[in-house]
Design a protein around this ligand. Structure first.
Ligand SMILES: *Cc1c(COP(=O)(O)O)cnc(C)c1O
Length: 399
């Protein structure tokens, strides 16, 4: 996840154009900005790259989810289904809308299990958010088919999968809306930033209005102050410097993905030496953005033992099952309903608990997660670093 690994002269040149124009803001200042509209240009370039009809830039991937849920009309009393392996942002956005997050199992794609999804749909389900974790797709075609049968919109959390495709089609373009993050650790970065893409002009208009206090952005004699509005919004506006950096990073995205694919293939070959190893199911190797390599050992004890050897060699793998930010049983603040709000919202309403979460409620996910080890795939993998990992894996294969 390495936009930051190849940050350089191109980003600097883009940012300087904004600084030279003196206009840091995406709206208005037409006379002063010398034709520089970086956020707008970034949106158009991102839409063209992914093949979506429209793009809306916002301040973060979390904001993108919030703006998308607002455009889909999700609110209090609704349920939104997502998966138990994701970054906390996915369900934070759901809670922030007043809706209740419902979690599905993952399968060997490490993403939403469509069979469990179907079981968890209720008359209150208003959106489904599959997450394309670690650069590779959920079973989005099956998920979309189930959602269509129930007439529920799909929002793809594509925060971790910019540049990834399934059968030639960009992730984020299967559902009604796809959202992206450009934070510090994502495949391309703008420092902080996010994007929503859609083919639906009405949804795009609602997102454009919601992220800017409801401004309708229609030409009128009163300028920005005279713009109309049809509902109450919020402020998630991206600024010009972020748009400028985004343009430079987007231009590098295909190169980043190609380098990751090469490096992932090397790491995979080294991990294949482990007895009984199984790899994460990748639905389309060609479309994988290859940000991570995940391999599974026959059981939890074996995964611990292997990782012990890797750690001792200074190249320990990530064990998401121990990670407090990405895995359901580790979200104690969610499970315990901890909130800043004195009235207990969003966990309590009118003094009553709205939802109770069972920490053991996703046993199939636990059985997968406890066996899994993950390496982040660098863009720039030195021969030394690779040799160190390969030697450690070879040593772990002999225990
Ligand atoms: C990073 C991330 C987000 C949130 O993005 P931010 O830009 O950090 O707000 C949302 N979902 C997933 C799966 C992520 O990895």
């Amino acid at each position: 996840m390495p936009g930051f690994e190849i940050f350089g002269a191109e980003e600097k040149a883009q940012v300087l154009e904004v600084l030279d124009s003196g206009v840091l803001f995406r709206y208005e200042f037409a006379a002063q900005r010398k034709g520089v509209w970086k956020v707008l240009e970034f949106e158009r370039a991102f839409a063209a790259y992914t093949g979506a009809a429209h793009a809306q830039a916002v301040t973060s991937g979390t904001a993108a989810l919030k703006v998308a849920l607002a455009a889909l009309g999700v609110g209090e009393g609704d349920e939104v289904i997502t998966q138990g392996f994701t970054f906390v942002a996915t369900w934070e956005a759901i809670l922030d809308c007043g809706a209740i997050p419902v979690f599905t199992e993952i399968d060997l794609t490490l993403n939403m299990d469509p069979v469990d999804l179907e079981r968890k749909i209720t008359p209150r389900t208003k959106a489904i958010i599959p997450v394309h974790m670690m650069g590779a797709p959920a079973r989005i075609e099956a998920i979309k088919a189930i959602a269509d049968r129930h007439n529920i919109p799909v929002l793809e959390d594509t925060a971790q999968a910019a540049g990834a495709r399934l059968h030639g089609r960009h992730l984020g373009t299967f559902g009604a809306i796809g959202t992206f993050s450009f934070d510090a650790v994502k495949t391309m970065t703008t420092g902080e930033g996010g994007m929503c893409i859609t083919d639906d002009e009405t949804l795009w208009r609602r997102m454009s209005e919601y992220q800017d206090h409801g401004h309708d952005h229609l030409p009128n004699p009163g300028g920005r102050g005279g713009e109309g509005r049809s509902f109450v919004g919020f402020n998630y506006r991206m600024m010009e410097i972020q748009g400028a950096i985004g343009l430079a990073q987007l231009a590098k995205l295909e190169t980043i993905v190609a380098a990751q694919k090469r490096n992932k293939a090397l790491l995979r070959e080294a991990a294949a030496a482990l007895p009984g190893v199984q790899f994460r199911e990748i639905l389309d190797a060609e479309g994988d953005s290859a940000t991570f390599l995940t391999f599974l050992l026959p059981d939890a004890a074996r995964a611990s033992a292997v990782n012990q050897v890797l750690r001792e060699a200074g190249v320990g793998a990530v064990r998401w099952s121990e990670n407090g930010w990405h895995y359901y049983p580790k979200w104690e603040h969610l499970l315990d309903g901890k909130t800043y709000c004195q009235g207990g919202w969003p966990f309590l309403a009118g003094g009553k608990r709205r939802v109770v979460y069972d920490p053991y409620g996703l046993p199939a996910s636990a059985a997968i997660m406890e066996r899994a080890l993950t390496y982040q795939v660098p863009v720039l993998l030195t021969d030394e670093h690779y040799a160190k990992i390969a030697a450690a894996l070879a040593k772990a294969a002999r225990i």
